[in-house]
Design a protein around this ligand. Structure first.
Ligand SMILES: [Zn+2]
Length: 174
């Protein structure tokens, strides 16, 4: 069984620390932008007189930012855990089957806690792609009433629309 060499662990540790630093920088930039975002994103000084549509868009964008932050936060957790495993000597060993994780896999994903066979498969709740966390529902208010009463438009509204052009109840034009 092939254990990782010290030099290999050092390389991977380097990668993890670098990624940790990048994520840390993301959060720093984010904090600085947080204050400015309240006024800048709608181009108005306060949320007092914003058009509802502007507010919906802004809320939507802020929720998306939060989703991105959540994804980064989770990534940071994974990195911290990998660094922790390096400290206590369990790094590079699959958490599920206990076999060594091939160096090639760790090189691609230094924070991987399992071998390829035991990695969460697509479709597992834990293995969903990061992009999905960024995809949030669109702002509410569009087409909701119609969805609440499916089919109603055809019966009533369509008739009302056609009626405005004249019907057998209105005097025939000559
Ligand atoms: Zn395994």
């Amino acid at each position: 069984m092939t254990r990782l060499k010290e030099s290999q662990i050092a390389t991977l540790k380097d990668k993890l620390l670098k990624e940790k630093e990048e994520i840390g920088r993301h959060f720093e930039i984010n904090d600085a932008e947080e204050q400015a975002a309240l006024t800048d994103s709608t181009g108005e000084l306060s949320s007092y007189d914003n058009h509802p549509a502007d507010m919906a868009t802004e809320t939507f964008e802020r929720e998306r930012d939060n989703a991105v932050n959540d994804a980064f936060g989770e990534r940071l957790d994974e990195i911290e855990q990998a660094l922790g495993r390096m400290k206590n000597g369990t790094y590079g060993i699959c958490e599920v089957c206990g076999k060594p994780i091939p160096y090639e896999r760790l090189e691609a994903i230094p924070s991987a806690p399992t071998c390829v066979d035991d990695a969460p498969k697509p479709g597992d709740p834990a293995g969903r792609p990061v992009e999905e966390q960024v995809m949030t529902a669109p702002p509410t208010g569009a087409g909701e009433a119609r969805q609440r009463n499916p089919g109603r438009f055809d019966d009533a509204d369509a008739w009302k629309n056609v009626e405005s052009y004249g019907s057998s109840d209105t005097p025939a034009t000559k």
